[in-house]
Design a protein around this ligand. Structure first.
Ligand code: NBP
Length: 465
C-alpha cells in the first residue's frame, strides 16, 4: 500500500484544522489522536481528502513514507514530552518530528538536543493565527537545523498565509528560535490588546461614545496607520448583539481576562535576557488584576477616585488614536528588542526583517505597521531599537504631546491605563541621556557596599556613608 507523506498527532482545534489545510494542498496524511473520537470526527469531515486515521502510534508510524515527517499538535508541556518519548522508539535516524504547539523555547532547545543525539530531526515551530489561521493559512515560525527545515519546507510554504505572492513562513534559526519568536509575537499581542482596551475605556468614559460610535471610530482607524487585524476585529465586536436580550454582547462580557502563559514567558525571558518590555508586562499584570474581580468590587467602595471630569469633545478621538499608535509602536519595539538580544545571546542570527515580513499575514498581530518595521530593518539590520529608526522617531516626536495629553486626561479621570503609561515611560526612559539611577547606586553602596562608578574618574568606588 502507498505510504502517506505527513503524520499529524493531536487533533484538537489546531491539529484538526492544520491537517485539513495540509491535505487541501495536495499532501497525503495519516492522523492520530490519543482519544480515537477526535480521529473519527476528522475522518468524517475529511470529504475526499487523502487522510487516513491511525488508532495507535505504531499504526501511524507504519503508515508513513520514510523519512517520516510527523507534526505534533498536542497541548504544550508534558504532553509533548510524553508523545516524543513514546514516538522515539518507533522512529529511525533521519525521521523528523515537528512540534507545532506553543512550547516554551527552553523546552524546545532541550528536546532538539536530545533528539539530535539520536539522529532524529526536530523542528520547534511557532504557528500563529488561531483556529481559522490553522485552516486557511497561518504565519509559521520554524526553528531547528536547516536540514530539518528542508524536510518540511514545501509543506510549510504551501499551507502558510500569503501576503501578495510571499508566503508567511520562513526559516527562523536553530533550536528554540521559532518558539521564541512565537512567544514574543504573543507578548506583543497581549500589549496591543491591552492598549486597544485602554483606548476603548477612554473613549467610553471620557467622551461617552456609544458602541455604534466606537464601531465607527475603530473602523476609521483601521483604514489608516492603525490598520491591523486586532483593530479590525475590535470594530466588529461593537456591532455584535446578544440574541436573547438584544443588548450589545461586549457590555455583557465579564471584565476578567484569562491567559495561557506565553505573555508571562515573554516577561520571564525579558528578565533573563535583561531587556525591558514594560508594556507587555503591564498587559499581563492588568489581566491578572482583571481576574481579581471580587477584590476590585469591594475596593471600589473603599478607595476614592477623582471627581468626574468634564467630557471631552469628539476631536479628542483623534488624539486617542495617535496615542494608541504610539503605544503600539513602543510595544513592537520592545518585542523586537527582545528578539535582537536573544539572537545575540543564543547565536541565532535572526533576520528581524523576515520575521516582520511573516508577521504580516495569518497571525494575530498582522498590521500595516509591520511594513514600516521591515523597511526599518532594511535600512539598518543592526538597529538597536526600532524607535531610533527615522520613521518611528518622526511619528513618536510628532505624537508624543497627544500621548501625554491622553494619558493625563485618563489619569485625571481616575482611569487605569497601565499599557499607555508604560509605553510613554519607555519612550521617556529610552530618550533620557541621564536617569536618576546615580541615586540608586549611592543607596546600594550605602546599605550593601555594592560600589559604584563615577562620571569624572575611572575605577570602582566605595564610600563609608
Ligand atoms: P490543546 O492545547 O487543547 O491540546 C489538546 C490536544 O492535546 C488533544 O489532541 C489531546 O488529546 C492532546 N493531548 C493531551 Br491534552 N495530552 C496528551 C498526551 N499526553 N499525549 C498525546 N496527546 C495529548 O489543543 P489546541 O488548542 O488544538 O492547541 C494545540 C497546540 O497549539 C497547543 O500547544 C496550543 O498552545 C497551540 N496553539 C493553539 C492556538 C489556539 O488558538 N487554540 C493557537 C496557536 C497555537 P485528547 O483529545 O486525547 O485529550
Amino acid at each position: 500500500m502507498a505510504k502517506q507523506q505527513i503524520g499529524v498527532i493531536g487533533l484538537a482545534v489546531m491539529g484538526k484544522n492544520l491537517a485539513l489545510n495540509i491535505a487541501d494542498h495536495g499532501f497525503s496524511l495519516a492522523v492520530y489522536n490519543r482519544s480515537g473520537i477526535k480521529t473519527d470526527n476528522l475522518l468524517k469531515e475529511s470529504d475526499g481528502r487523502d487522510i487516513i486515521g491511525a488508532y495507535s502510534l505504531e499504526e501511524l508510524v507504519d503508515a508513513l513514507e520514510v523519512p517520516r515527517r510527523i507534526i505534533l499538535m498536542v497541548k504544550a508541556g508534558e504532553a509533548v514530552d510524553d508523545a516524543i518519548s513514546r514516538l522515539v522508539p518507533l522512529l529511525s535516524p533521519g525521521d523528523l518530528i515537528m512540534d507545532g504547539g506553543n512550547s516554551h523555547y527552553l523546552d524546545t532547545i532541550r528536546r532538539s538536543k536530545m533528539l539530535e543525539e539520536k539522529g532524529i530531526y526536530y523542528l520547534g515551530t511557532g504557528i500563529s493565527g488561531g483556529e481559522e489561521g490553522a485552516l486557511k493559512g497561518p504565519a509559521i515560525m520554524p526553528g531547528g537545523s536547516l536540514s530539518a527545515y528542508r524536510l518540511l519546507e514545501p509543506v510549510l510554504d504551501k499551507i502558510s498565509a500569503k501576503v501578495g505572492n510571499e508566503g508567511c513562513s520562513t526559516y527562523i534559526g536553530p533550536d528554540g528560535s521559532g518558539h521564541f519568536v512565537k512567544m514574543v509575537h504573543n507578548g506583543i499581542e497581549y500589549a496591543v490588546m491591552q492598549l486597544i482596551a485602554e483606548a476603548y475605556f477612554i473613549l467610553k468614559n471620557v467622551i461617552g461614545l456609544s458602541n455604534e460610535e466606537m464601531h465607527e471610530v475603530f473602523k476609521d482607524w483601521n483604514e489608516g496607520e492603525l490598520n491591523g487585524y486586532l483593530v479590525a476585529l475590535t470594530a466588529d465586536i461593537f456591532t455584535k448583539r446578544d440574541e436573547a436580550s438584544g443588548r450589545h454582547l461586549v457590555d455583557l462580557i465579564l471584565d476578567s481576562a484569562g491567559q495561557k502563559g506565553t505573555g508571562k514567558w515573554t516577561i520571564q525571558a525579558s528578565l533573563d535576557l535583561g531587556v525591558p518590555v514594560p508594556t507587555i508586562a503591564a498587559a499581563v499584570y492588568e489581566r491578572v488584576m482583571s481576574s481579581m474581580k471580587e477584590e476590585r468590587m469591594q475596593a471600589q467602595f473603599l478607595l476614592k477616585g477623582p471627581a468626574k471630569p468634564d467630557n471631552k469633545s469628539r476631536d479628542f478621538t483623534e488624539a486617542v488614536g495617535r496615542a494608541l499608535y504610539s503605544g503600539i509602536i513602543c510595544a513592537y519595539a520592545q518585542g523586537f528588542a527582545l528578539m535582537t538580544k536573544a539572537s545575540a545571546e543564543y547565536g541565532w542570527s535572526l533576520s528581524l526583517k523576515d520575521i516582520a515580513g511573516i508577521f504580516r499575514g495569518g497571525c494575530i498581530i498582522r498590521a500595516q505597521l509591520l511594513n514600516h518595521i521591515m523597511s526599518a530593518y532594511d535600512r539598518n539590520n543592526e538597529l538597536a531599537n526600532l524607535i531610533t529608526d527615522g520613521y518611528f522617531t518622526n511619528v513618536l516626536t510628532q505624537y508624543q504631546a497627544e500621548l501625554r495629553m491622553v494619558i493625563k486626561t485618563a489619569i485625571s479621570a481616575g482611569l487605569s491605563v497601565p499599557a499607555l503609561s508604560s509605553a510613554l515611560s519607555y519612550y521617556d526612559s529610552y530618550r533620557s541621556g541621564v536617569l536618576p539611577t546615580n541615586l540608586i547606586q549611592a543607596q546600594r553602596d550605602y546599605f550593601g557596599a555594592h560600589t559604584y562608578r563615577r562620571i569624572d574618574k575611572e575605577g570602582i568606588f566605595h564610600t563609608q556613608w
